[in-house]
Ligand binder design. Structure first.
Ligand SMILES: [Ca+2]
Length: 387
């Protein structure tokens, strides 16, 4: 489907000057998918992309064509809309042989809840891993990822509404507002990794870290195993956190590096503060991405690619060897509703636009000839060097 001409004319966004980051968005798919919220590849399947539609389907894009039959259709179980829906998929590290995969969705049957379930290719049997009641319709987290330790990580938001009225994120006896970690290869339906901070006592054994507001999207750096999340803010600050075992990321005591509740005099001493934050002039809802480890954009090596759902800004935050931020750069003002990012098997990073498109980050230098006439969104030249 994609020939050389369509590849060239299909590139949206261009950069007028040669610059440290000359990045554009190359369409992977435009149209045929409804409200995509995630894209993933499965181990060993480089020609396939699994596209998660919020309403409750997973479509397969194979060699640039959508397959007629969805990979999964659980629309009858899923309540969708706003922050609800089928929110992500994670393939078992041994998927190529065991065919096991996991999904995270919200349901209203019998009551509003997050469900993480396991399926196996070729079977319609659903094995429920965990079900967590949701007090409100927003802040459901939704990301699943397997860590380098082989455990399944589950991002849980504070359950809503605004300001975490039940103070759930700070309550270690509640699974909301947490990063959870479970071992789905042992136990039934799972075992607790023995190094989880409350594996023995003191709180819910599934907790890996807490004090999160809504870790909508998180990922692992494939180079060093670091867990990095965007945490969606309340009224003032969007933040990026490096999430480590047993740490408290502050919410609702703090929003970013500011006191939230109490509004002054909060004590940050025992809290882990974000490595980066931004305010309302830049965006209003962070979408966490991936540390870039691909080949197409060598200048992005080691940068955390992330964006904002509301403004469409796309950034790269350099993170150094000691996990410290080393410069943030605005790559593009896309004006796209950036619902997610995805990482391909070869490390390239994809951007998911909620309005029905998926793009790959590619360098400007790959484009030859005249500037393309299919720029849809008025993407500006706003790349700036790291500084
Ligand atoms: Ca925080």
């Amino acid at each position: 489907m994609r020939n050389a001409w369509s590849w060239l004319t299909g590139v949206v966004g261009f950069v007028l000057s040669s610059n440290l980051f000359a990045i554009q968005l190359q369409p992977v798919i435009e149209g045929g998918i409804i409200q995509p919220v995630y894209v993933a590849q499965a181990p060993g399947e480089s020609s396939r992309h699994y596209i998660i539609e919020q309403r409750g389907r997973i479509q397969i894009l194979e060699n640039d064509a959508l397959l007629k039959t969805p990979f999964l259709n659980i629309q009858s179980k899923v309540v969708s809309g706003g922050e609800l829906g089928l929110l992500s998929v994670a393939f078992h590290p041994n998927f190529a042989t065991n065919r096991r995969f996991f999904v995270n969705y919200t349901t209203e049957t019998p009551r509003l809840s997050t469900v993480v379930s396991e399926f196996q290719v070729g079977s319609t049997v659903e094995k429920e891993i965990i079900r967590i009641n949701q007090p409100y319709r927003n802040h459901n987290g939704g990301q699943l990822q397997f860590g380098p330790d082989g455990f399944l990580y589950i991002g849980m938001g504070d359950g809503g509404d605004a300001g975490d009225p039940g103070n759930r994120a700070q309550n270690v006896n509640d699974l909301l507002g947490k990063m959870l970690r479970v071992d789905i290869d042992h136990g039934s339906p799972y075992a607790i990794p023995p190094t989880n901070p409350f594996a023995q006592s003191g709180g819910r054994a599934e907790i890996f870290a807490w004090g999160l507001r809504n870790p909508w999207r998180f990922s692992f750096d494939r180079s060093n195993g670091r867990l990095i999340t965007g945490d969606v803010g309340q009224n003032r600050l969007e933040e990026i956190d490096i999430v480590e075992l047993g740490k408290n990321y502050g919410w609702r005591l703090m929003e970013g590096k500011l006191c939230y509740n109490p509004s002054s005099g909060c004590n940050p001493q025992k809290l882990a503060l974000p490595i980066h934050e931004y305010g309302r002039t830049e965006g209003a809802s962070i979408t966490g991405g991936y540390i870039y480890r691909g080949k197409l954009n060598p200048e992005l090596q080691g940068h955390y690619i992330y964006g904002d759902y509301v403004t469409g800004n796309l950034w790269a935050l350099k993170i150094d060897e000691s996990a410290q931020p080393a410069g943030n750069a605005l790559l593009l003002k896309t004006e796209l509703p950036i619902s997610s990012f995805g990482e391909e098997l070869d490390g390239e990073v994809l951007l998911v636009s909620h309005d029905g498109s998926i793009f790959r980050l590619v360098p400007n230098s790959l484009v030859v000839g005249k500037k393309n006439d299919q720029i849809r969104k008025g993407i500006e030249n706003k790349t700036v060097p790291v500084g």
